[in-house]
Ligand binder design. Structure first.
Ligand SMILES: C[S@@+](CC[C@H](N)C(=O)[O-])C[C@H]1O[C@@H](n2cnc3c(N)ncnc32)[C@H](O)[C@@H]1O
Length: 381
């Protein structure tokens, strides 16, 4: 088992417990290959590792280790789905969550399976708008060139990086896709998800702030695509709403876009063909105005614009309850599967405002440099 404890957790008690859990799990891997699926899933869930609270991350990483052997990958996916289906099982603490993105959501001809633990945000329905932007970018706007490089800033479960790697590979070649996240748990889980989905060789996940870890001279002007579904949940004072919000809340979301995407991203992009695709809520038009302030860099297309009312949420009346947080009322869903729970106060607030319907004004923008008639970026000077 090759999983490494990410630097941000290494010196913490939870990091040390995770290391022990991983070592314990490594010894059980051979059983997972031999046993029938039901027994193997039960084995995964029943491990009494040194730290029961870390069983779920350890199970995700064990599946990733299994998927590293090509012959065992179908089995790892099968077990991943079995576990994801039992995500609410009280026997798994912390719970293991999963989503399965169908081909119609990704534009690929295969499912993408994502596992998560409470510390990592899985794409919500609203988050899937960003994924739809990626799908449409490749369907409508992408011009294939060999050895492309992409970066996903704030990668979370790794979803956009993994899907981009698949698209780029099919569209003529991928040299590498990097995903960066400030949340060490996200780095761990995104790596595991990449392995499970057969994209480990083409993706690398790094822990860090924004584009900081990739602000390197060798990447300046050499990145073809920067993707970002940036953190936009403004932190409320007081305890975070859920474990994943420990990392997802941000004090100045517009400043994040300005500092990372403009300050570093525009410099890294290949000229003139490099593109920046980012998902932004209609609540933050200033972020977009900031981007348009860079000379020669502007919007090339809005892939999704306006009001997106997301079925099948349909009517949530009777399914919600109200809770006061910092003296402000928020509405939450009762007992709904995790992938459609409002995970942020903002989403819950939107539900409240729309009388029981999830509502979001979302934009996916593709930005780029003004291009001459012919793209000459690959020709020697
Ligand atoms: C809206 S979520 C997007 C997750 C995933 N890309 C998706 O589309 O489902 C934003 C992500 O940004 C990460 N994040 C928050 N602040 C960050 C920072 N300063 N640098 C890098 N990532 C950050 C969070 O941990 C979270 O995973």
């Amino acid at each position: 088992m090759t999983a490494e404890v990410p630097p941000g957790l290494r010196d913490s008690p939870e990091g040390r417990e995770l290391r022990q859990a991983l070592d314990a799990v490594a010894g059980s891997l051979p059983e997972l290959l031999q046993d029938p699926p039901d027994t193997a899933a039960a084995t995964l869930l029943s491990w009494t590792v040194a730290a029961p609270a870390l069983r779920a991350p350890a199970a995700v990483l064990a599946l990733a280790a299994l998927a590293e052997r090509p012959a065992a990958r179908p089995r790892a996916l099968e077990l991943a789905l079995a576990l994801a289906a039992r995500g609410q099982d009280p026997a798994v603490e912390p719970p293991l969550h999963g989503v399965r993105l169908a081909p119609r959501q990704t534009g690929l001809d295969e499912d993408v399976i994502l596992l998560g633990v409470p510390q990592v945000k899985l794409p919500t329905r609203i988050g899937l708008v960003a994924l739809d932007g990626v799908r449409r970018y490749f369907a409508e706007l992408h011009r294939p060139r060999p050895a492309q490089r992409a970066i996903d800033v704030g990668t979370g479960s790794g979803v956009l990086a993994i899907v981009a790697a698949k698209h780029l590979r099919r569209a003529g070649g991928v040299e590498g896709v990097w995903g960066v996240d400030i949340n060490p748990w996200a780095v761990l889980i995104a790596r595991a998800n990449a392995v499970l989905n057969g994209e480990a060789e083409r993706t690398r996940f790094l822990e860090g702030d924004g584009l900081g870890p990739l602000d390197r001279p060798d990447l300046v002007g050499r990145v073809d695509l920067i993707l970002s579904n940036p953190p936009m949940t403004i932190g409320l004072p007081g305890p975070p709403l859920g474990p994943e919000e420990r990392f997802n809340v941000i004090e100045h979301p517009v400043e994040f876009v300005r500092r990372e995407l403009i300050g570093i991203g525009v410099r890294l992009l290949r000229r003139p063909s490099g593109r920046l695709l980012f998902h932004i809520s209609g609540r933050f038009p200033e972020a977009q105005q900031n981007l348009s302030s860079v000379p020669g860099f502007g919007p090339k297309r809005a892939l999704l614009q306006g009001l997106t009312e997301l079925d099948p949420y349909v009517d949530l009346r009777g399914l919600v309850y109200q809770e006061l947080i910092q003296d402000r009322p928020y509405i939450f869903l009762k007992g709904y599967p995790v992938e459609i729970q409002p995970v942020t106060a903002t989403e819950a607030h939107l539900i409240r405002k729309r009388g029981g319907r999830i509502y979001q004004q979302s934009f996916v923008w593709v930005y780029g440099f003004d291009e001459p008639a012919l793209d000459t970026s690959d020709r020697p000077a």
